[in-house]
Design a protein around this ligand. Sequence first.
Ligand SMILES: [Zn+2]
Length: 401
Amino acid sequence: MNNSKTRSCPACNYPLNEIDFKLGEKILDSVGTTRDWNLSVLSCEKCGSIFKTVHENVESFYENEYEIPFYDFEDDQVYKINTDNSVTYRTDFQSKLVKDFVKNSSSKIIDVLDFGCARAQTAAKLSTINELNLYGYDISKVHYDTWKHSAPRVSFFGPDQLSIYYQKFDLVYSFFALEHAFELSAPLEQIKLLLKDKGSLIVALPNSITNPADLLLCDHVNHFSSKGLMDLFHNKGFNIIKYSDSIYTGAHYIELNLDKSKESKYYKYNFESNNQLNSSYSLWKKDENALKSRLDNLEKNKFILIHGAGIYAKWILSILKNSNFNGKIKICDANPSLHGKELDSNIILSTKKIHDEYISYIDLICIATSPKVANEIQKEYKNKGYKNLFFGISDRSKILS
Ligand SMILES: [Zn+2]
């Protein structure tokens, strides 16, 4: 348990300041469960990143409780619903990023490691490339049975076997793992030891500016600004080859290597101003108060629709539970693979069913999606004749401009 008052920024080493308000009584984790964890939220004035210090037994959380994703065993997390209603899953998109990197690399890539592989679905999808030797590393073995079944071509190892693989890999990739690491030095040092001298690293982790729900999650403890992320890798001795906040929607995407003969592109990027993440964080408090006052103003036995069944819906449900709301709740989502499944004992319906059967009964529509798409959804309801109240998450685009 670190003393938050003396913690310094993992990226730029500047002393961190505590942000003096808390979000909610209970806070969501990335699995979608609410927890009453005691957190300190800290911000770096120099690089604009936000970090959480968790005053709880996090080891036991990852050993016993951390299960991804939200719904059931077979589900992958949705990256995008396409215009023809087909679904692109995260691991489809991630395996394509790795495939493209391998194809375009000037040096031969053979040994590839998925660092923080969890269910190893991305590695499993790379198994079609026969030239690659695929490996997966994770601190937890809760997914051991999944690995054996779904990724037979991937060789797995845990922390006790790390040293066997030092200097082994041409490419390490790590998708959505480092945001969980309270002590970032350890995994980054491990990655350096695992890579060959000129080996490459691909990292994607949540961008809390373009994906503001990330700030809500108690087990996501690192919320880097793009500057903070580059400071971090630069200070740890990596060479920055590419950074993008648009290649992977809602994420920071960064390509790095250890080849000192190549030019680091760190200085070429325009960084955001330093208080964007702070502003975005404080908007969550504003949104929480706005939703509470909407609920207070509803009469008894009213009907709420939550449009969206992901993390934003979980957040809305957690506020509903802590309020005096005693009416009905319906939930709908555009993702057909969720229809018929449950979220907090509410069956997830299609948006068509809502429009056809329920729209005239609804008193408040809570749009539980990223603010970016919320406007379009609101328009659709208005076009179908819905005239009552809306609640949506505050738009962060003004913070960015
Ligand atoms: Zn910093």
